[in-house]
Each structure stands twice: as C-alpha cells, then as structure tokens.
Design a protein around this ligand. Structure first.
Ligand code: ADP
Length: 605
C-alpha cells in the first residue's frame, strides 16, 4: 500500500535518520535507502540549509513539520514537493518515529506562478489605463482600486473603501440609490457623478459597472470604470450656452425670422411669427405661408420667391401679412441663401420687418403736407381778400359819406345845390378810385399768372428732379433721363412749367407705389420733335392707365385723398403755353405722359 501511494514516503527515527523509504521515493530520486540516509544531498542546494533547520526544530520541539522543498529527481531535475512530517509517539508520549510525506506540487506551483504573473500583467494594465478602475464585492463594497484612482483621489485603497465620501454631496444620494439598485438586480451600472480630486476640486465622471459572474451565473464581483468627462461636459455646457444665447437672440429681435430648406420649404420660424400670425409652425410648410399673404400680394411674391430659389439670388419683396386678428400689415422681406463650401444653397434665412407704422406715418405726413398747402392757400386768399376789402372799403366809405352829405345839401331849405354838386363829384371820384383798385388787382393777378421768359426746359426738369430727390430715394424709384442737348429755349412761365412737370412725375411715382415684382423705374426724355416743337415724355412702370383720356377730366381720381385736379391743371397750363398734353399707353407696364411746347410762344393777353 505504501508503495502504491502516489507520493514519496519516508520513515525516520526519533532523531531524524532515514530508516525506510517507499518505492516511489527510490524511483524518483534514483537513490538507494543507504544513499538517502544522507538525504540533504537530494535537496536543492538553495533549500538545503532551511530544510535541515526545520527538521532540527521539529525533532527538538516535537511539532509537526510542514514545508515546501525542491527534491532532485533521478535525472538531476528538481521538482517542488510539499513535505509534511508527523511524529509517532509511544504510550508515554515519547517520539519513537517520524512519518514524512512528500507530495509533488511542481505543477501546482507552476500554475500558481503563471497565475501570479498573469495577475501581475493584469494589474499593470489596470493601473496604467487612463481611467479610474475599482472592483466591488457582490455586496457592493470596494474590493480593489487601481493606481489611477489612488493618484486622483489622493486616498489609500483602504480609505477608498468609503467611496461615497469622494462623491460630491449633491450627487451622493442619487448615486448610492443607483448603485444599490444595480447590486440588487445585477443590472449594469451607469451614472454620472462628480468625484473629488486630491486637491479638493470636483470633476465629472461617467461610471460604468458590469457584474462578473461565475459559471453558475452568480455575481462574484463588480468591475467599475470611471471616465473623466469634465472637459466634455464643459464643452457641452459652453455649446448649450451659446446655443441658448443665439436662440434668445433670434427669438427676441424685433422682426419675424424664418428659415427654409434649399427648395423653399419653411422649416423654422421664430416665436414672433407664431405670435403674430397665431398659427403653428406646421401651417407654414407646403406653401401654407402664402395663405397668410394679402390675396393681391400672393402672385407677385410667389413669382419672385420661385425665381430666387432657382437662381440663389437674395430675396427682397414687400407684402401684406395677415395678423392673428385678421388685420393685414405691410412687411419688408429679405432673404439670403446660406451656402456650403461647394457653393450649394443649404438653407435660406430671412426676416420680415413690419413697415406698416412707417408707411402710415409717411402717409400721415403727406396728408398733413397736403392739408398745410390747402391751409396756406386759404390763408393767402384770406390775406388777399382782407387787403382787397381794405382798399375797396376806403373809397366805398367815402362814397357813402359823400352820398349822405349830398342828400343833406339837397334836402336843406333851400337846397344848397352847389354843395350837393361838389359832394356828387366826390362820389364819382371815389367810385372811380374803387374801380381803379379792382382793375389794379386784376392786373396784379394777370401778371402773377404768367411771366413769360425764355427757358431751358432741361433745366426746369433738372430743378424738379432735385426737388423730388428725397421722395424718389425713399420710395426706391430709379430715375433715368435722356435729355436732348439740341433743345432751343421755350418761352414760358417757370413756375407753371415746374408745376406741370412736378405733377406728372409725382403721378408716376404714386402709380408705382404698389409695385413689388419689378423695379420702379421713372424715365424722362426730352427731344426736339421738329423745328418749332419740343417733346417731353414721362414714363413710369406703375399700374398703368385704363382710359388715357378720362384721366384729364377735372375731379377724376382713383386715389383715396386725390382731388382729380392735377392733370386738368396740367392740361390747362400746356394749353396756355400753346402746347399739347396727352397720355399714351406705353410698352410694358406703366403709363407714359407726353407734352409738346412750341419753341416760340406768342405773347399772352
Ligand atoms: P389726383 O392725382 O389728385 O388723383 P390727377 O389729375 O393727378 O389727380 O390724376 C387723376 C387720376 O389719373 C389719378 O387718380 C390716377 O388714377 C390717374 N393717373 C394719373 N397719372 C397716372 C399714372 N402715371 N399712371 C397711372 N394712373 C395715373
């Protein structure tokens, strides 16, 4: 039995001499029992002294021996053995013999060695990965931590066992709760928390934990990985802040802001648009926004917008947009395409600015001006009337008092005829005086009505254009001229001709007010038509004329505040200058007004 045990057995005397060994022992060492009496020979030189000392101690103390030792095999190779020896005692307790058992543990030691080295490798990896790592027991307590975690927190692995202390107080309860749930359910752990650095600064970490299970599925430990996300979080925060800032800006600027896809589908509008129109964003897609325009503005607007989205040219229109309460207000609209690096349009951005109030103010201003000029006319007439009354009153008063005097002389007893004749003569004189006053006033009016001088018509046109400069600029009217250089002077009244041209130009400008789909163009041409005639043409790109004749009728007007007198006066001025004024239906949009004036005018009566 002893020989067939897969281990080496030796029996020693109470003093430790080898007495007997089993077969395995002889086979392994290749030595005889006699040779084995000198047993340290079979022990590895490095282990020899230690083993001898241990035996010595065991024999002296009587304690069992337990040690590991390398024993030489027959072929000279050393293998590790675990040596256990127990003393055998007699009835009095004296040691009579030692029984020693050597079990070959070479393979186990190698495995242990390999494990240790692989563990070491792993440790190295875990310690050098740029993240904090810890393992936890299945119950959720800290087991091990890597060096990074120690270095980051400045705490020893022992101190780190109380890990909630390292977490920001505000995150502690949340994190503890999460961790408890993972430990209870075995579900992976995933959370973000602030962890205190050695210097006391908290940084954000993303912690992920996975359970490690044995073959039966029981969790044997948890492995936690903490990644520093502070920088990422800060960048995210900065991005969020700048996004918020931008959004705030688009939401608060006092204009309607919109964005469309490259082909013109609205995909964003700011809050002001929603508030103004009272519609949700969905109502703007699929050309829904066109329903919010004034019916008269839809066609021109859509034409321009289609054209702009096709060519990528900046978009610029004016239209009336319906407010939530149904009222239409005028808006100036601008759109610009945003392009990518290759120049392709990726988006359109645009704004609509409410110009209703400005328009109303302008209109009010115009009305005020009109009223003012009427008022000043009335004032002038009033002044004139007062001075006429004054001048006429004086002789009339004298006539009345002389008449009375004459009556008194005639009714005296006896009548004083000589005095009566005198008074009657004074009446005649004063009456003549009054007539003279009236005549003078008429003459005054005649002179004021026409003062003929030789005039350069181009100069008159230029004067009027200068007067209108701010008006044309304000209404974005493009003025073009083609003034003939060979015009001889005409005889005429400067103020009246100025009035004529001013009237025609103003009519043209006003006729272009509703235009939004093409440029507002005002064209003035002067040329010598024949030897004795000059022709002036004023062409606009406005709404045009329905009937070129009726417009000259007095009181014909299509304007809310119009008098319908402008063209009638114009015609009478031209006729007074022996010229002709007519309207022609021009080519393209708009109207053309023409007048001719003779180069030589006969003096007016
Ligand atoms: P008012 O301008 O006060 O209405 P006018 O005699 O100047 O009086 O003009 C009469 C009408 O003729 C205008 O109301 C307008 O309908 C029409 N009209 C005048 N000029 C033009 C023009 N250039 N284009 C289109 N219509 C015009």
């Amino acid at each position: 039995m002893v020989d067939s045990i897969p281990a080496l057995i030796s029996i020693r005397t109470a003093t430790g001499e080898v007495e007997m060994v089993n077969r395995q022992c002889l086979d392994y060492t290749g030595m005889t029992v006699d040779q084995l009496k000198n047993w340290p020979e079979a022990v590895h030189p490095d282990d020899r002294a230690d083993t001898i000392a241990r035996w010595k101690y065991a024999i002296e103390s009587g304690n069992p021996l337990d040690t590991e030792v390398r024993a030489r095999r027959a072929d000279g190779m050393y293998r590790w053995f675990q040596c256990r020896a127990l003393p055998l005692r007699d009835t009095e307790g004296r040691i009579i013999r030692w029984h020693a058992l050597y079990v070959d543990i070479e393979d186990r030691r190698r495995a242990e060695e390999a494990l240790r080295s692989s563990e070491h490798q792993l440790r190295l990896v875990v310690d050098s990965i740029p993240a904090l790592v810890s393992t936890m027991t299945p119950a959720g307590d800290t087991e091990t931590v890597n060096e990074q975690l120690v270095a980051y927190t400045g705490q020893s692995p022992e101190e780190l066992k109380n890990w909630p202390e390292k977490v920001h107080p505000e995150d502690r309860a949340r994190i503890a709760d999460r961790w408890r749930r993972s430990v209870e359910t075995g579900n992976p752990y995933d959370a973000e928390e602030r962890v205190r650095r050695a210097d006391g600064v908290y940084r954000w970490f993303h912690t992920r934990g996975l359970p490690i299970r044995d073959t039966e599925g029981h969790i044997v430990r948890w492995c936690l990985l903490l990644t520093d996300i502070e920088d990422r979080r800060q960048a995210e925060q900065a991005l969020r802040a700048s996004e918020h800032h931008l959004r705030l800006m688009t939401e608060t600027i006092p204009a309607l802001v919109w964005r469309t896809t490259p082909d013109g589908e609205i995909d964003y509008v700011n809050r002001r648009v929603l508030e103004y129109t009272g519609k949700p964003l969905e109502d703007f897609g699929n050309d829904g926004w066109l329903q919010l325009l004034h019916p008269d503005d839809v066609d021109p607007t859509i034409r321009i917008w289609r054209q702009n989205t096709q060519t990528g040219e900046p978009h610029q229109v004016t239209y009336r947009l319906r407010r939530a309460d149904g009222a239409y207000r005028w808006f100036d609209v601008r759109g610009e395409p945003l392009r990518d690096n290759e120049g392709r349009v990726v988006q359109w951005y645009g704004i609509c600015i409410d110009v209703e109030d400005r328009r109303r103010t302008e209109e009010a201003l115009r009305n005020t001006q009109d009223r003012l000029s009427v008022a000043s006319q009335i004032a002038t007439v009033g002044e004139l009337a007062a001075s006429i009354a004054h001048e006429v009153n004086q002789p009339l008063t004298a006539v009345v008092s002389n008449g009375n005097a004459c009556l008194r002389w005639l009714s005296a007893q006896p009548p004083n005829l000589a005095k009566a004749v005198e008074a009657a003569e004074r009446i005649v004189r004063d009456g003549k005086d009054a007539g003279e006053v009236v005549r003078r006033i008429r003459a005054l009016f005649k002179r004021a009505a026409r003062e003929e001088v030789p005039l350069d018509l181009n100069e008159v046109i230029a004067e009027v254009l200068r007067l209108l400069q701010s008006e044309t600029a304000k209404r974005r009217v493009i003025v073009e001229t083609d003034l003939g250089q060979d015009l001889a002077p005409v005889n005429g009244d400067r103020v009246q001709l100025q009035q004529l041209i001013l009237n025609l130009l103003l009519n043209g400008i006003e006729a272009m007010d509703p235009v939004i789909d093409h440029p507002k163009r005002l064209f003035i041409r002067s040329k010598r038509e024949s030897d004795d005639n000059v022709l002036v043409e004023i062409q606009d790109s406005g709404v045009g004329l329905k009937d070129p004749d009726t417009v000259f009728d007095a009181f014909f007007t299509t304007k809310e505040n119009g008098m319908g007198m402008g063209l009638a006066i114009c015609r009478s001025i031209v006729q007074a200058h022996n010229g002709r004024l007519w309207a022609a239906s021009g080519q393209g949009p708009g109207a053309t007004f023409c007048f001719t004036l003779p180069l030589q005018l006969s003096p007016m009566s």
